[in-house]
Design a protein around this ligand. Sequence first.
Ligand code: FAD
Ligand code: SF4
Ligand code: SF4
Length: 466
Amino acid sequence: MSQKKNPMPTQEPALRARNFDEVALGYTEEMAIDEALRCLSCKNMPCVSGCPVNIHIPEFISKVKEGDFEGAYEVIAKSSSLPAVCGRVCPQETQCEARCVRGIKGEPVGIGRLERFVADFHNANSDRLPEIKEKNGKRVAVVGSGPSGLTCAGELAKSGYEVTVFEALHTAGGVLVYGIPEFRLPKSIVKKEVDNLEKMRVKIMTNVVIGKTLTVDELIDDGYEAVFIGSGAGLPNFMGIPGESLKGVYSANEYLTRSNLMKAYLDGADTPIMKGGKVAVIGGGNVAMDAARTAVRLGADKVYIVYRRSVEELPARREEVEHAQEEGIEFRLLTNPVEILGYNNPEDKRDARNGFVTGIRCVKMELGEPDERGRRSPVAVPDSEFVLDVDTVIMSIGTSPNPLIKSTTAGLEVNSRGGIIITEGGATTKDGVFAGGDAVTGAATVISAMGAGKIAARSIHEYLSK
Ligand code: FAD
Ligand code: SF4
Ligand code: SF4
């Protein structure tokens, strides 16, 4: 039996760097069965405890071994409502696959790849929707259409609730559509999930900003008996260094939203974006990799990842780092920006180049002594300053929950990082209002947001059944 996972077929780097099509192409039926045969069907199922929604992994993989792909889907669907999404973007290597016993003497079973295969098979071959109970006459409002909101809405719709999702943007899906690029997660997959919810009687109202268009209190006054807040953590952080307001400096969220949702890559798109030139992405997480790989596809001549620690500390998934390297992105590690430089021609104030980015002043870093948690903090190397010539800077150093809903909802408490305070079941400090996902935890993962949406749906059902 092979010690290695069946490799994932992918588009060639030189080809994919020039298109937005999905990079990973998915297993064939033969590959999926072969990979499933690597699973030992362990009785104690360590992999299951690594999955935040406890998918019955050995059970679904056994069905794949038998070629019963629809049966495998049914097993997964009991625990997860977005398997085609999670099979693609879950950080499996730190979750289910990290606990797989096959990983002790080789590579773990490709659980995520199998999940993706099963979900894609189902989507291509079945239009069956989950069973929905009779309408119970109770209305619930969901704020935000990311994975937490969509999951909460789906679970409540199945129990007979009349659910309306209010989404600030013009398209539903949250980060799945505005953040994660098409080459990692095709929009058609998210659209299918949203369409299915609509078929399950969930109403989706886009272009409604809760806290501006309507408040949470107004929703309650309108007759919604419970409200779920799944508004994410979309407020970008900046470094606070000089030059961040120059033209050509973006947050990763803005850059990705312009490209993904507003189709800035098309000639004549309504929204502008800087294409071409030299681009520096500041940060080393998955969002930074997505922004850098998008810049490559938008036609940049050169793309750098600028990160202040070393390769071992890069928070992005290993696979994403490798894909970025294969696509020609240069990693400037142990490098910290201290100022963004801009063009300034005092002789001619009308010079069109005034105010545009020309480079970043950086210092070299080295890793210091480990702190009490064993983490080595980067410290600046004396006299190591240099200038990196770039035309665009994309800040990707994290995001926080937006304070808008908190500031317009009396009685809703948040913690020092802006995350909504909830109980284990997702109840907030305001009666009838529940929350989950990044709005509570700060930036996290799709599967944890989905899990939170599910827990809150259960609590809302209990609350409204009293
Ligand atoms: P979101 O997905 O952020 O959805 C919140 C929604 O609420 C948004 O649509 C927003 O427009 C809407 N909203 C906000 N405020 C209001 C308001 N006032 N009124 C109405 N609507 C509002 N996770 C992974 O597991 N794997 C990955 O590979 C991965 N890659 C990522 C790449 C990028 C670029 C980003 C930004 C994140 C990535 N994540 C990844 C993280 C993951 O996407 C998030 O943790 C997850 O989407 C959080 O889900 P959510 O439902 O809490 O919020
Ligand atoms: Fe693994 Fe994510 Fe699937 Fe759970 S949802 S089994 S963690 S890939
Ligand atoms: Fe299969 Fe690995 Fe889970 Fe064992 S731990 S059941 S081998 S996936």
